[in-house]
Design a protein around this ligand. Structure first.
Ligand code: V47
Length: 385
């Protein structure tokens, strides 16, 4: 039998001193943490104590294994009707400076240009373009699949799905089914931002609300689709609003897993990605960017609260490589991928490279004392590096 990971005596002392030993008892017993526990974990001064608990759960679930994949991002258009105040990527109308919309051929060209590079996934996220027909998206998916049938297409946030449903007079089920029939295989977690009404109204008053975001994922899970989920942290939200967000994701995952227990073909959340607010070129530019300390704590509390979501992803593009490395001992078990052509974070001030090679990712993981494993989108092992 594999030995269960244990806390060191130093960690145990720090946990006692931090006054969170009752939470540690629950973590040891595999008991669910409450909303109040989550709020306390965010407010406990000793990050190391919280991190040690998150690391215990991470090692219990995945040992030293750290997943990554080889992927490319395509943002086919940045023209977007929504007016999210944290966004540096969107342009309200076609014709504005830096606004763009790729033709289907152009988007496929991005993949063709990579013919020799081995990738397993394309990640598609777009603005809410008021002038495109729904067939643009299905044509895009079909053309990508035709060019590279082997590539897994993860794409279209719940925000986009909701927009299409309203704009083209379809139900969520009709939108998801049509996109799936055209080649979509899973959904990314974007657009969740912060569910709490107070913060959401300030951040993104004119896009889908929290219930709508969750409902799109509920429907996708019911149609057998695996999805990811996110939380934008470090802008104007309060710490208890972060906990509220995590609890709402956990509740939906409870529902989806209960349904999946009866019918294993159904979907659920695979990965949670806390997204660190970037403060350049947007209307929140006056707000200080969250610290590395805050990022590590948010990853750690997420690992502890989301006891029913298998993976916590530390997206190196937005965390920076150093914090991403350290995060592998604060709850994270996935680094995302090689990426290529990331726009959303680089337009908001990210200083990270546009992509990393497989070798660089492997080095990053190994030098943090973890074991790199290349995965596909569904966490099947592609290669033990
Ligand atoms: O929905 C936009 C966020 C998201 C900013 O599912 C910002 O595997 C911080 O969801 N500062 C898109 N965040 C990215 C995303 C994602 C990324 C990697 C992997 C996966 C996955 C999903 O980025 C948006 C929004 O929440 N965002 N602007 C900003 N200034």
């Amino acid at each position: 039998m594999t030995p269960q990971p244990r806390l060191s005596s130093v960690a145990t002392t720090r946990i006692e001193r931090a006054g969170i030993d009752d939470i540690a008892v629950k973590v040891h017993a595999g008991e669910r943490l409450s909303y109040d526990d989550g709020v306390r974990l965010f407010n406990t001064p000793d990050l190391t104590a919280v991190g040690a608990l998150a690391n215990l759960v991470r090692e219990r679930l995945h040992g030293d294994v750290t997943y990554f994949n080889r992927n490319i991002h395509i943002n086919a258009t940045n023209v977007c009707e929504a007016s999210c105040i944290f966004c540096s990527f969107a342009r309200l109308e076609e014709g504005m400076a830096a606004a763009y919309t790729m033709s289907v051929d152009e988007a496929v060209g991005r993949i063709d240009a990579l013919k020799d590079a081995f990738i397993t996934e394309v990640h598609i996220v777009n603005g809410l373009h008021p002038g495109l027909p729904f067939s643009y998206y299905t044509d895009l998916l079909k053309a990508l699949k035709k060019a590279r049938p082997d590539l897994h297409i993860k794409g279209f946030t719940a925000v986009e799905m909701h927009y299409y449903a309203e704009k083209y007079g379809m139900t969520y089920e009709q939108v998801i089914t049509a996109l799936r029939d055209a080649g979509l295989e899973s959904m990314p977690g974007g657009g969740a931002e912060i569910f709490h009404d107070r913060a959401r109204k300030k951040l993104c008053h004119d896009k889908v609300d929290a219930d709508g975001w969750l409902e799109v994922h509920r429907v996708a899970h019911g149609l057998g689709m695996r999805t990811n989920c996110t939380m934008l942290f470090g802008s104007i939200e309060k710490l208890d609003e972060r906990v509220d967000h995590l609890v709402r994701l956990r509740e939906l995952q409870d529902e989806s897993l209960a349904a999946k227990a009866l019918d294993p073909s159904l979907g659920s959340f695979q990965t949670f990605i806390p997204l660190k607010f970037h403060n350049e070129n947007n209307r929140l530019a006056g707000i200080a960017a969250p610290t590395g300390h805050d990022a590590l704590r948010t990853l750690a509390v997420s690992r502890l609260m989301l006891d029913n979501i298998p993976h916590i992803k530390s997206y190196w593009i937005m965390l920076g490589m150093q914090i991403a490395q350290v995060s592998l001992s604060y709850g994270a078990s996935d680094l995302d991928g090689t990426v290529r052509e990331e726009r959303i974070y680089h337009m908001a001030g990210a200083r990270t490279p546009q992509s990393l090679t497989r070798t660089e990712l492997i080095q990053l993981i190994r030098s943090a004392g973890r074991i790199p494993v290349e995965r596909d989108t569904h966490y099947n092992v592609v290669a033990e590096a």
